[in-house]
Design a protein around this ligand. Structure first.
Ligand SMILES: *Cc1c(COP(=O)(O)O)cnc(C)c1O
Length: 412
């Protein structure tokens, strides 16, 4: 009885906080989202609950917690107050019905897909996917009897034709990596929903503070929070952001957390909450840097093509502008003369780091064909349209003059 009253009070109090937070503007929300309960010491920074387990006052409460009759953490493989806080912040920013923190972007993608697909189903998607997502679908899921149907997501007729009664979802990346292809999400959502299916989108390329995947019709948003959210490349993490409002999906995700064990750890949630607090400030600078750098790179004759959707001549410029509110991310792909020229360029860099990862505070450069896709077969590379002469740049917070200078000297 007493715990019921307390719970009722907490529920009302939380509702009050949610009403307050909904009135705030986004930048304020990313900083001022209230912690679930008051810290014993009034700590201003979020407390980090580095604990595997939780003690219970009595057997009744313990049973209630384990059977989800009360929302209390019972074991950190499935629930932890620090992770819950991080999830709550993302929920308030995106307006999602639920948010799940996972150990990596790949964990978010695989757990979400395993929650909705079963043997005999198919996923309608594109060959232009992040390398490991492509392998997950074409190798790992293929072994489990889940078929990946690769088609051109920019062609609605192809998508329509690929969907059948065993299709569990259509899966898209909002700006494909490294090709930077942009599908029309609203057009996809219309097709997908008219057939009673779900639209899943990996939105890692543009921060969820800048556009609403929900407003474009996405049902499940998947994010590698390793990238923009963590910022300084501090930690690996992933998010499943649910707009489907389906309790069936929630039940399945809980099952995945329990049985697959890929829930985010409290330390990562802490680091990524710090990242979330300055995400807007970092992104404003990074995206402005990227735009300026892309324009200046177009003047260098050693670069055969500058691929960035922010450039007016880019084939996806219009659709990207409309969908992402005139922001285009912080990744540029450049085409050089030959694979040897790519290696020479990387070896000549003095300031820019030779590294994978995206949206670090530092600018990074990589030759995807010989690294990320280095062990892919010729056939696979051809299917995915991976260019052997492409260098991928992830633009950081440095002064653009210094970045341009380093790139110019490395091309000589
Ligand atoms: C990095 C990345 C992933 C995988 O995320 P991890 O956190 O490295 O597991 C998935 N999709 C895209 C678009 C990415 O850039």
């Amino acid at each position: 009885m007493f715990t019921e009253k307390i719970n009722h009070f907490i529920d009302n109090f939380l509702y009050f906080c949610i009403c307050l937070i909904n009135l705030m503007k986004l930048k304020t929300k990313t900083i001022h989202s209230a912690y679930q309960s008051k810290d014993a010491y009034g700590a201003l920074a979020m407390p980090v609950y580095h604990t595997a387990a939780y003690e219970f006052e009595n057997a009744e409460i313990m049973s209630d917690a384990f059977c989800s009759r009360v929302a209390m953490p019972d074991y950190s493989r499935v629930t932890n107050p620090t992770v819950i806080y991080f999830e709550k912040r993302v929920k308030e920013i995106t307006g999602a019905s639920a948010v799940y923190g996972l150990t990596s972007g790949m964990a978010a993608i695989s757990n979400a897909l395993l929650s909705i697909c079963q043997s005999g189903d198919n996923i309608v998607t594109s060959n232009h996917l992040f390398g490991n997502t492509w392998l997950l679908m074409s190798k790992t899921f293929a072994r489990l009897g889940i078929e990946a149907r690769f088609c051109n997501l920019c062609n609605p007729d192809e998508v329509k034709a690929a969907i059948d009664e065993r299709t569990c979802c259509v899966y898209a990346e909002i700006i494909s990596n490294p090709l930077q292809e942009v599908a029309d999400l609203q057009a996809l959502a219309q097709i997908v929903h008219s057939k009673g299916k779900l639209l899943l989108a990996d939105t890692t390329m543009i921060p969820f503070t800048r556009f609403s995947a929900k407003a474009l019709g996405v049902d499940l948003e998947l994010v590698s929070s390793t990238k923009y959210v963590s910022g300084g490349a501090s930690t690996i993490g992933g998010l499943v952001i649910d707009y489907s409002c389906g309790s069936a999906f929630n039940e399945r995700m809980q099952e995945m957390m329990l049985n697959l064990g890929a829930y985010m750890t409290p330390h990562v949630a802490y680091m990524q909450t710090l990242g979330l607090e300055n995400l807007e400030a970092r992104y404003a600078l990074e995206s402005a840097n990227t735009m300026e750098l892309a324009e200046r790179l177009c003047t260098l004759p050693a670069i055969k093509y500058v691929n960035y959707t922010g450039l007016e001549g880019n084939p996806y410029h219009k659709i990207a502008s409309r969908q992402f509110n005139n922001t285009y991310g912080a990744m540029i792909c450049i085409e050089l003369e030959s694979p040897e020229a790519c290696f020479r360029f990387l070896n000549n860099l003095k300031l820019i780091k030779r590294a994978t990862n995206l949206f670090d505070n530092r600018t990074l450069a990589i030759h995807p064909a010989s690294t990320i896709f280095g062990n892919f077969s010729k056939q696979e590379l051809k299917a995915m349209d991976i260019s052997e002469t492409c260098i991928r740049l992830s633009v950081g917070l440095e002064d653009v003059d210094d970045l341009f200078e380093d790139i110019s000297q490395a091309l000589k």
